[in-house]
Ligand binder design. Structure first.
Ligand SMILES: Cc1ncc(COP(=O)(O)O)c(C=O)c1O
Length: 395
């Protein structure tokens, strides 16, 4: 009998099957050699415990009683939480943001989905610099759009001429992610300024606003005192989305937000569309309990120095072995060059050394591989010999 499932979904599952294969191979290696023997750097799942402030805010919020505490609410979120988010956005992005410009969402993933639902007509395009978070293609497709990857600079900074070359009448948005998963790059202020100017000019040329969408769940995870420059301040038709998944180590709680530039051209209609999208995509609203919790810990984050120590240790291992890589300035990933052109083959060689990594092809950037440092220093240290041997094996 013919399948009753969506042909598109079957295709997506096939495309995503390398992730499953890697996962299965990792599980097989762990079973055969023991959990302890395998160095698993494949997942960006934060391993640090949430900060103490989060636990006390959770207890406080859980103790709330009374009418409406667990009821439906305005789809954009609880006013108190929107107010707190607006203050942080105003500070981080140097705009006069108010609670009306903000919606609480089910993580950054939920944020991106309502943004694309609000912006895209069928066939319209979203430009993204490579390498990029693997799910972007699916999110854009969810709303009938088309993801258009463009190259980045050698150091993974923005390649403005590549972006300019890709903009056409169907371009609806540019999607950026800084600090970047997987490259660890942080886009400097002058690049964001130039991007804003480019989009201003190009919007005039194509006759509609090209939105700048900034996905920034790693904004607080930066090293060596790096500051992530504001995005909204550079371009009025811009939207920020983020989550508390990484800085509070709570990805399972599905909480984040979207903020629209207060002077965006169609601000009112856009905010209305985002709010309705939150509802009709089935999120309805972000989890009530978590909205109350994050409102109480807006300026709290995990101890970033733990990630920085791991990054420095990993850098020494990769450098000593002879790998080529850019030092990550934020997030918790390295994205070194694969010593073989075939990055999937190199990841297989790493597996022989009981090291699990992800091929760069999964991020639209073949010839590289990603390793996540969401694991203890002892696991990173244990991989030293394996990384050296894998490189030797490639000659
Ligand atoms: C760049 C990027 N964007 C969005 C997400 C989704 O974040 P969340 O799980 O908080 O929705 C992730 C998760 O890893 C990510 O790395």
């Amino acid at each position: 009998m013919a399948t009753s499932l969506s042909t598109k979904m079957l295709g997506f599952m096939e495309r995503a099957s390398w992730i499953r294969k890697m996962f299965e191979e990792g599980a097989r290696l762990k079973k055969e050699h023991g959990e302890e023997a395998v160095c698993d750097f494949s997942l960006g799942n934060p391993d640090l415990l949430p900060p103490r402030e989060f636990q006390s805010a959770l207890k406080e919020a859980a103790a709330l009683e009374g009418p409406g505490v667990h009821g439906y609410m305005p789809n954009a979120g609880i006013p108190e939480a929107r107010e707190k988010v607006a203050q942080v956005v105003a500070r981080d992005h140097q705009v006069s943001c108010s609670a009306d410009d903000v919606l609480l969402t089910c993580g950054a993933a939920g944020g991106l989905n309502i943004i694309f639902k609000a912006l895209l007509n069928p066939g319209e395009e979203v430009i993204v610099p490579r390498p990029f978070f693997v799910e972007y293609g699916f999110y854009v497709d969810n709303h009938g759009g088309r993801l258009v990857p463009v190259s980045s600079a050698e150091d993974f900074g923005l390649d403005l001429s590549a972006i300019e070359g890709a903009i056409g009448p169907s371009t609806k948005a540019i999607l950026i992610n800084s600090p970047n998963n997987p490259s660890g790059a942080v886009y400097p202020a002058d690049q964001l300024r130039a991007l804003g100017e480019l989009l201003e000019a190009k919007s005039r040329e194509v006759g509609h606003a090209i939105y700048l969408v900034s996905d920034e769940p790693y904004r607080r995870l930066v090293f060596d005192g790096v500051e992530v420059p504001p995005v909204l301040a550079n371009y009025r038709n811009s939207i920020v989305t983020t989550s508390f998944s990484k800085d509070l180590s709570i990805p399972g709680e599905r909480i984040g937000y979207v903020a629209v530039h207060p002077e965006a051209e169609e601000r009112q209609a856009l905010l209305g569309a985002l709010t309705l999208a939150n509802r009709i995509l089935g999120y309805v609203n972000a989890p009530a309990l978590m909205q109350r919790v994050v409102a109480r810990c807006m300026d709290v984050s995990v101890d970033v120095s733990v990630y920085q120590r791991r990054r420095d240790l990993f850098a020494s291992i990769l450098r000593d072995a002879g790998y080529t890589f850019s030092m990550p300035r934020g997030a918790f990933y390295f994205f070194p060059k694969s010593p073989l052109e075939d990055d999937a083959e190199f990841v297989r060689i790493l597996q022989e050394q009981l090291i699990l990594a992800v091929p760069g092809s999964g991020f639209g950037q073949p010839g590289y591989f990603r390793i996540a440092f969401c694991v203890g220093e002892e696991v990173i240290e244990r991989s030293r010999e394996g990384f050296a041997k894998a490189l030797e094996k490639c000659g």
